[in-house]
Design a protein around this ligand. Structure first.
Ligand SMILES: *Cc1c(COP(=O)(O)O)cnc(C)c1O
Length: 379
């Protein structure tokens, strides 16, 4: 399947010793599992940030085939890329819009977010000039304090959006602050405030799409599923606490060993010698580094799989490579190494990487850039 990045277009036939495998069958399996879980709610597949590093266009096409209802993106440019690739489903731009984007939002038939009265007036002016009718969703701030109107100001704005001829109000939504564990009091309050607004809208709100649940909401807060859910992480097979064990991670990161050497006792390895050998040992080099997005925080912390065994990274991750001490075990130049994913009955998960780097698994995914080619598995 075609890759969208410029670098990879140039180099797609050039052998490279590291690659990301994206299993689109697993993506489709996950989408079907999510659908089963949310019943009648529409499914909006969130594909912002290059589909969480998985590749926007191949992921979106596979998701279309699996029958999703909507795509969610952060920015106009992501939505335009989808339209230019021939994606015809509704696309919701979740991020706050800017005045100079309104014309393209209209031209590409995008649904976008109204997050304040001010933004609504900007859109109204432009839409009047172009004699356009804009499908929009109103964003309510129920606690994130990022974008969106306060629930107290929402009713007046909804009335305006319902009455102004240049708007077609499609939906009302909000976003969770901390939904990745059950019974969180902040999340429960957000749900309460959102549902109370829906209640106050009464009949006028009946035809709107009310949506609130991200991945955490899908997993732990069924009362938040409402008319549509917006999972990102879950689509890619990542569920904290294994709350949906039927999901399958879509992305694997693999490489071939590029070098083998024997290192004597008490020798430092890599920049600044942050690792020292105890006795004579075997060290292999893996051709992936922070220049690919494999973070330097993994130095002396993360593990990789070689021959179905786990080994820790030794010394600092360099820009283009890192080393692994394999002790007395065997490995050869060209052997396959798994940096994320399964080998035999072992697995390196994104969650353990997130713990190692003290971050969120999404951030690790977003770091992988175009130097590592992405290979798409479709059957
Ligand atoms: C990113 C995002 C999502 C998806 O979040 P996940 O936790 O990855 O499921 C949903 N809604 C909004 C508004 C977002 O910004």
């Amino acid at each position: 399947m075609a890759e969208t990045s410029a670098l990879h277009n140039i180099t797609s036939n050039i052998p490279h010793p590291a690659w990301i495998e994206i299993d689109l069958k697993r993506l489709q399996h996950n989408l079907i599992a999510i659908r089963r879980r949310v019943g009648k709610s529409r499914l909006c597949c969130v594909v912002k940030a290059n589909a969480y590093g998985h590749g926007l266009i191949p992921v979106a096409k596979a998701a279309c085939d699996a029958g999703v209802d909507y795509f969610g993106v952060a920015h106009l440019q992501e939505a335009v890329a989808l339209r230019q690739a021939g994606i015809d489903l509704p696309i919701l731009v979740l991020g706050a819009i800017h005045e100079d984007q309104i014309e393209d939002l209209i031209r590409y038939r995008l649904e976008f977010t109204i997050s304040s009265h001010y933004k609504a007036t900007l859109v109204a002016q432009k839409a009047a000039q172009l004699q356009a009718r804009c499908p929009v969703h109103l964003e309510i701030d129920t606690g994130m304090h990022r974008t969106g109107v306060r629930p107290q100001s929402a009713l007046a704005l909804i009335d305006y959006l319902l009455s102004a001829p240049c708007f077609e109000l499609k939906g009302v939504y909000s976003h969770f602050v901390m939904s990745e564990s059950p019974n969180n009091p902040v999340t429960l309050q957000q749900i309460k405030d959102f549902l109370s607004l829906k209640e106050r809208m009464g009949e006028r709100g009946k035809s709107l799409i009310w949506h609130l649940a991200n991945s955490g909401g899908v997993m732990f807060y069924p009362e938040s599923h409402l008319d549509m859910v917006r999972p990102g992480m879950l689509c890619y097979g990542l569920s904290p606490q294994q709350a949906m064990p039927d999901l399958q991670p879509v992305l694997s990161l693999k490489a071939k060993i590029s070098y083998f050497k024997v290192v004597g006792p008490h020798q430092g390895i890599s920049y600044n010698h942050t690792y020292r050998t105890k006795e004579q040992t075997r060290v292999v080099t893996i051709p992936v580094g922070y220049g690919d997005g494999y973070r330097r925080d993994f130095s002396n912390r993360m593990h990789v799989l070689i021959g179905g065994k786990r080994y820790q990274i030794c010394g600092n991750v360099c820009m283009d490579q890192f080393m692994v001490d394999i002790g007395n075990n065997e490995a050869y130049v060209g052997d396959e190494v798994v940096l994320i994913g399964k080998q035999k009955n072992q697995e390196i998960s994104l969650y353990e990487m997130a713990v190692a780097a003290q971050t969120d698994p999404r951030e690790i995914l977003c770091h992988f850039n175009d130097r590592i080619p992405r290979i798409y598995i479709t059957h």
